[in-house]
Design a binder for this molecule. Structure first.
Ligand code: GLN
Length: 542
């Protein structure tokens, strides 16, 4: 363990969905603003090796890092708040822990010992926690333990935390996030669930240092004192975590509650510098005072679960702020669209986005949406599957290949405009085998995309198996859809656009993963700008 690194463990009690990810990201932001190099890690107690094989209905969006890890969507919040890229090491699941321990056992690394949860699984967890500090590269590591204290699945993680607290008492603290519910019949806030949750943690040998109490109402001093007394924490370490209008309010709310000050005190660290949050404050001011408004349709098949498109909706918030515009998203189920209703469903929109996805469900509605955007000169952004759909639509309705398709949906199509690369054909395992992570892309001068980025070489993250089939490229370009971005090493098409359209861009990569508060993504910024030009009624409040 590096001498300089300090560890903050974030646990959750009472119920799930209290927002540990946002509290962790907010704390990281505050500590970063005080000059501490901070990273955040998520430990997920489920047995999948990673969320890459999970259905979005199960787990929301799968976030992808530069190094190609398929991770929990909380890593997206970490990056959006801190503007520091995460990596494979920042998300570890029980599946990955066990996989690695079992591999070591097979190699004989344990020298004939019986392999057990304690110490082998807990040692592996502790190694993963310490590895993320990269030998002192980070001053502070915030490790969020997924799940709720008391779950069978999270026991080994809490035990690993207990051991680290014991081994490095001055370098580790625990922030426990709990709920203080308001009982309307009694007309008051109740502290008992918090007391019980801390008791449960104590039974496992862990005394929390700080309590963040989610509440809908003010936590007054009397309540704070009561919680402090029952839970063995100091009164200033009982932090009120009130419901906020926007997740981006939370760092400032936590600063007002002095969460960062308390954490630094408990770790015996100095405050270094007064926190510089000017950019953040001006971002918030602009979110709350938009001058314009646009309506953008997000066409996807998981729209009932907004978490499935988390990075996209957040990227629109960032791009909206850059344009002083409130982006109103209309969540439209692709299965609900057909040639009869397309005009009535989409004509009020200022811009249309066709979302990423897998499989055949809802494809026909997406093709109709692209056609509507193309024929009516409505700004369009297609991401990954959305770009592939744009290619299929153009092949069918402009090039005249009436059964054009991706071989993902139709292996027998006579025009396989989207198809598998040779190396993908040999793959039989689904987990972690797509084209994943950051690849370079060369953009064509003066294309809409190059103008958005203001440069010609970019790097973006990928998560897909299928690719544009270059055999068809000249046919597309002759009829007005050009490949304006290509991978310089492989020649794979990364961006397709229609120069004669006011703004029609399809990207094989996922720009949404790289949009942050400090650097809103240029493609989203340009798309919102195009939508703003397109709208007839954009003045806020008109
Ligand atoms: N299903 C498509 C592919 O695998 C697109 C994936 C995506 O949209 N992320 O290529």
């Amino acid at each position: 363990m590096s001498e300089s690194t300090k560890y903050v463990f974030v646990t959750g009690g009472v119920t799930s969905s209290l927002g540990k990810g946002i509290i962790s990201a907010s704390l990281a932001k505050l500590l970063q603003a005080r000059g501490y190099n901070t990273t955040i890690q998520k430990l997920d107690p489920y047995i999948n090796i990673d969320p890459g094989t999970l259905n979005p209905y199960e787990h929301g969006e799968c976030f992808v890092t530069d190094d190609g890890a398929e991770t929990d969507l909380d890593l997206g919040h970490y990056e959006r708040f801190t503007n520091v890229p995460t990596s494979q090491a920042n998300n570890v699941t029980t599946g990955r822990i066990y996989q690695s321990v079992i591999e070591k056992e097979r190699r004989g690394d344990y020298l004939g010992k019986t392999v057990q949860v304690i110490p082998h699984i807990t040692d592996e967890i502790k190694e993963r926690i310490q590895a993320v500090a990269k030998n002192g590269e980070f001053d502070l590591v915030i490790t969020e333990i997924g799940g709720t204290v008391g779950d069978i699945e999270s026991l080994p993680y809490v035990e690993a935390v207990r051991q680290m607290l014991w081994e490095y008492p001055s370098d580790c603290i625990v922030v426990h996030l709990t709920l203080v519910p308001f009982l309307s019949a009694a007309g008051e806030l109740k502290t008992k669930p918090t007391q019980h949750s801390v008791k449960q943690l104590l039974e496992l040998g862990v005394q929390p240092d700080v309590l963040c109490c989610r509440t809908e109402h003010e936590l007054d001093l009397t309540l704070r004192k009561k919680i402090a007394k029952f839970c063995n924490v100091s009164v200033d370490a009982v932090i009120e975590a009130r419901d906020a209008d926007s997740i981006y309010d939370v760092p400032l709310l936590m600063q007002a509650e002095e969460l960062d000050t308390v954490v630094l005190q408990k770790l015996n660290l100095s405050s270094k510098q007064s926190p510089n949050l000017e950019n953040w404050k001006s971002f918030l001011k602009r979110i709350k005072n938009p001058k314009h408004r646009v309506q953008i349709g997000l066409i996807g098949k998981y729209v009932e679960l907004k978490d499935a498109y988390k990075s996209i909706s957040e990227a629109f918030i960032h791009a909206g702020v850059s344009n002083e515009t409130q982006v109103e998203l209309s969540w439209i189920h692709s299965e609900s669209l057909n040639s009869e209703n397309i005009s009535s469903e989409l004509s009020a929109l200022d811009g249309i986005l066709v979302a990423p996805g897998f499989g055949a469900r809802g494809i026909d509605g997406k093709i109709e949406a692209v056609r509507f955007a193309r024929e009516n000169n409505i700004p369009f952004l297609g991401i990954c599957l959305g770009m592939q759909i744009a290619v299929i639509e153009f092949a069918r309705n402009v090039l005249g290949h009436s059964d054009a398709h991706s071989t993902e949906m139709d292996e027998k199509t006579s025009a396989a405009v989207i198809s598998l690369m040779e190396e993908q054909k040999r793959i039989s395992n689904f987990g972690g085998t797509m084209r994943l992570g950051a690849y370079r892309c060369q953009l064509t001068d003066n294309s809409k995309t190059a103008m958005a980025y203001q440069k010609n070489t970019i790097s973006e993250r990928h998560r897909h198996r299928y690719e544009f089939n270059n055999q068809f490229l000249s046919e597309f370009e002759e009829k007005g859809m050009i490949a304006s971005g290509k991978n310089p090493e492989t020649g794979l098409v990364e961006v397709m656009e229609i120069p004669s359209h006011q703004w029609f861009v399809g990207v094989q990569f996922h720009p949404e993963y790289k949009s942050t508060v400090d650097s809103p993504h240029p493609l989203f910024v340009a798309f919102v700008q195009a939508a703003l030009k397109n709208t007839k009624n954009n003045s806020y409040g008109s």
